[in-house]
Design a protein around this ligand. Structure first.
Ligand code: ATP
Ligand code: MN
Length: 566
């Protein structure tokens, strides 16, 4: 053996007991790890696997990943992996099976691409057969921190680090539960399987197909972990409003010392994860929540943060969470080191890290709180630089902005997006909403009308000009503005109405320069600002046409009005 190899030195000096590392299987010799003895993969059609690894610990999954050369450790102990061809979600390759369960309830079109049950069955067979002769990793976990809505999810994957992702991101059952747990839903992921596109009834070689009747999501041709997380999110966005009248939301949430909950809605890259990590407000969750009659709860048990240009100064809580157990995706190291270079964009701008939520120091131990939100923030990344850094919305405006879901897609999170692209993503989550937007909007509307909730619109995108001339809103300013709003210090300041959007802009906000509050002041050319505001107003009105027939007067009254320009 090679003398320089530290492991070989270890073997000769220590009595090594490999049998303690090999846990005894419950049923077959080829099965390792705790499992429900009543569960098996064979009944799913996964019949000829090599070895089955059930519910390995994070450490074991990290070891399996490294053993297979699928990942390396960073100098802070995080596991760094490369997700391969896909470094973001692929919304065009997401499908829902159209059958008796879904045909009248799903809002078909847009992101909800239908496929026949036979298309699913064919792909399902390909997926299960794909595991022939391969090792397979199974992780039992659950979604929804409120026990009344708990959904057990079994993730079955080809990759040990996908199982670790499931462990990090979903809620973790107690070890004692692993021997009895029964899944409600299955996610079967086969990243190495390439489908035949049109011949298989889909678009190209990769796919994510959800079958609500069989309660199975299958993912093939992509190893991007976000497909697993957002697959179950889409499932909950169907089940919770449809079966339980619970509002499912694409938002982050935290809670103040007095129990006041804040929600941060926003599309990818708008700041949900970044802005909800607040040393003074325990974190409930960073991305997916439910709102019942009397509680707000996280669907997940982990966070999935963007790491591009991350720094300890700007995002200390996230920075500290990147340690043993966390998975870094598609990052680069400084040459000759294992120190992450967070500025590296060589693979993608959508570099990410996943970690269990308790890696954030002040996360709530149970991500479910009783009580109503007191403040709601709509985060928008306005690449036009038109919307103010903060403004207050009345109920009609809140509904109007919620249904509109205006933002820009930032580079990377979706395949093919390389610079900010203006988009209207209804309810700030169109890619994940199987039901008609008005289902979510009317649940929100009921809640807003019932309680006295402040709704704020935050622009975390551009200021001083549009993308290209302006610059990104300062993160410290955005944080300060949020703190001021949450502490009630914007309740009694003077406001002015935005001439086009009608939203109320505070004239002052402590610790933030007053001149940045009205975006018109930040543009060199006021004429250009007014023209851009008009352009955006036209885009809003055009987008809203599809809702106009159904919307009430109060909401329609909130539509922006173009200025007469001379
Ligand atoms: P996703 O749904 O994809 O998880 P997200 O809404 O959680 O997206 P974040 O992960 O919080 O988005 O990403 C926001 C990014 O923008 C971070 O990289 C953050 O550092 C950066 N950023 C820069 N300026 C601001 C600002 N003013 N407000 C918020 N985020 C900012
Ligand atoms: Mn996020």
């Amino acid at each position: 053996m090679d003398d320089k190899n530290p492991v070989s030195g270890l073997e000769s000096s220590i009595t090594f007991a490999p049998q303690i590392l090999e846990r005894k299987s419950a049923t077959y010799m080829s099965i390792t790890g705790p499992k429900n003895p009543k569960s098996n993969l064979e009944s799913l059609g996964i019949k000829n696997t090599k070895k089955q690894f059930w519910n390995l610990t994070a450490e074991e999954l990290i070891e399996e990943t490294i053993k297979r050369n699928q990942g390396v450790l960073s100098d802070t102990g995080a596991l760094a992996v490369d997700t391969g061809e896909f470094t973001g979600r692929s919304p065009k390759d997401k499908f829902i099976v159209k059958d008796e369960t879904t045909k009248d309830s799903v809002d078909w079109g847009g992101f909800n691409n239908p496929v026949e049950p036979a298309v699913f069955d064919n792909l399902y067979n390909k997926v299960v057969n794909y595991f022939d002769g391969k090792d397979v990793f199974v992780r039992d976990c659950y979604a929804c921190a409120d026990d009344a809505y708990r959904l057990n999810v079994r993730v079955i994957s080809e990759l040990p680090w996908s199982a670790l992702f499931a462990y990090n991101m979903f809620l973790r059952p107690k070890n004692s539960e692993l021997n009895t747990i029964e899944p409600d839903w299955l996610v079967i992921q086969a990243p190495g399987l390439k489908a035949e596109g049109v011949k298989d009834g889909i678009r190209q070689h990769n796919f994510a197909v959800v079958n609500f009747t069989k309660k199975i999501a299958i993912i093939g041709g992509t190893a991007y972990t976000g497909e697993i997380k957002k697959g179950i999110f889409s499932v909950l966005n169907y089940i919770l409003p449809h079966n339980h009248k619970v509002l499912a939301m694409h938002c982050s949430a935290n809670v103040g010392k007095s129990g006041d909950v804040a929600l941060f809605f926003g599309l990818s890259g708008t700041g949900k994860t970044t802005l909800s990590a607040d040393p003074n407000r325990p974190l409930i969750g960073d991305d997916e929540h439910g709102w019942t009659n009397n509680s707000v709860f996280n669907f997940e048990g982990g966070c999935y943060a963007k790491t591009i240009d991350l720094s300890a100064e700007k995002e200390p809580d996230i920075y500290k969470a990147i340690r043993h157990g966390a998975i870094l995706e598609n990052i680069g190291f400084y040459e000759g080191t294992r120190t992450v270079d967070y500025s590296f964009k060589g693979k993608t701008e959508n570099t990410r890290v996943s970690y269990p939520i308790n890696y954030i120091e002040n996360a709530l131990p149970k991500s479910s709180v009783n009580g109503e939100p007191k403040n709601i923030f709509f985060l928008t990344y306005d690449a036009f630089g038109v919307l103010p850094p903060i403004s207050k919305l009345n109920v009609g405006q809140a509904m109007y902005f919620f249904l509109s879901g205006f933002t820009s897609k930032v580079a990377g999170t979706e395949t093919g997006v390389t610079e900010p692209q203006t988009t209207f993503s209804t309810c700030f989550g169109a890619p994940f909403l199987p039901l008609h937007p008005t289902v979510y909007a009317s649940l929100l509307g009921e809640k807003l009308r019932k309680s006295n909730i402040n709704v704020w619109l935050l622009n975390t995108g551009y200021t001083g000009g549009s993308y290209g001339t302006g610059k990104r809103m300062s993160l410290p300013h955005t944080r300060t503005i949020i703190t001021e709003a949450l502490n009630g210090r914007l309740d009694n300041v003077e406001f002015e109405k935005h001439p086009v959007f009608g939203v109320s802009i505070p004239k002052t906000c402590a610790n933030v320069p007053a001149e940045i509050l009205n975006p018109r002041n930040t543009w060199q050319s006021k004429e250009q600002y007014d023209a851009k505001a008009n352009e955006l107003a036209i885009a809003f009105n055009k987008n809203f046409e599809k809702f106009a027939a159904k919307a009430e007067k109060e909401i329609l009254d909130a539509a922006p009005r173009s200025l007469q320009l001379v």
